[in-house]
Design a protein around this ligand. Sequence first.
Ligand code: FAD
Length: 399
Amino acid sequence: MTDAPASFDVAVVGGGPAGLAAAIALAQAGASTVLVARRAPYADNRTTALLGGSVDFLDGLGVWQDCRDKAAALRTMRLVDDTGRLIRAPEVRFQADEIGLDMFGYNIENRTLVAALESRAAACPGLTRIAEDAEAVVPDQAEVTITTVSRQSVTARLVVGADGRHSLCREAAGISVNRRKLGQTALTFNITHARPHHGASTEFHTPHGPCVFVPLPGDRCSVVWVNSPREAERLFALDDEALSVAAEKRSHSIFGRVHVEPGRHMFPLSIERPYRYADRRIALVGEAAHVVPPIGAQGLNLGLRDAMDMAAIVGKAMTSGEDLGAPQVLARYAAARRADILSRTFVIDIANRSLLSEFLPMQSLRATGMHMIGAIGPLRRLAMREGLAPSWRTDRHAS
Ligand SMILES: Cc1cc2nc3c(=O)[nH]c(=O)nc-3n(C[C@H](O)[C@H](O)[C@H](O)COP(=O)(O)OP(=O)(O)OC[C@H]3O[C@@H](n4cnc5c(N)ncnc54)[C@H](O)[C@@H]3O)c2cc1C
């Protein structure tokens, strides 16, 4: 005779930043939660510009106090047309104080954020950890059974698939994905520099994509340099000295001398849209639910809002005694997330396409749009507010 598998209200599969945040939020909402995710040190040097309600959410999870001193405030955002084309947009400068904020948010290294989330998850009452990958996720009428690589089994009424781009949970839910490769690659690395950044993030728009310098604490920035795959590979292969020179040139020396820190990574870019966000007692969060290119710093901010909404919906369903994996609960989650995810994906896609376009009328339209945002105060303020979080969402949470 074998023991019956342990049973939980919710199982979260995947221990990236979205999964960890979702697991803590669900446990804090009162759901008995199991996190199925192996423990591994965070493996790349990406950073996240946390915008809108993301910092408040992390604060509520008891995570932000471990992050605050290691994050840099973002007070200004500059968009610079560096395409060298005949029709160019004027520089657009967004200032947080123009919309009554001290800052737009904070930039933090993902490894610092994930370490803080891991430490909070380990101390969180109501959260059990199985530090292994899931090998099988099998939904049925009343629950979902998850079997790990060492053949341990657990069951849950609801599974939260936070297992990234190649999501096993998404497959188990029978949800297929629309995937479009963009033919662009992001090269990421961090730099130290001679002149202060003054909390200003600067985005140079090139004909192959944006190159963004985002403040880190001290005289440091994280760099996300989007390029053709071939050029990204060439830059990736440079030694530190040569890449430092290339980065200084790309930044037009606004930071003075630049030194590349050890560690660099490449990310081929794509847009991925699953056809549904939930089915068969399984709901998707983070990159299992949306992949967007790193334009406007939206990816993980969306992932954190997935976690936030999921925990709020589960909390209410528990209060009213509902089955957490029931179709109406999943439908509420999908309805809460759809407009946010689709609208952000659409705007990012258009912004990227308009930058890459060789079509003169498109370049002209883009330049006009940027000019209007730069010159017309109310439009600029609207763009800033919408860039942080969708306004309908702010209203909803305020009421
Ligand atoms: C260059 C670049 C810059 C970016 N900058 C920003 C930014 O400034 N702001 C922003 O908001 N977003 C940004 N993003 C997006 C952001 O990095 C991602 O949205 C985020 O890291 C995704 O987190 P996640 O937890 O959803 O997925 P992941 O980090 O991929 O985590 C998925 C986890 O699931 C685990 N897993 C997979 N399969 C299984 C299984 N079978 N069982 C158990 N576990 C499993 C994996 O091991 C992994 O730990 C950027 C992205 C890129 C590429």
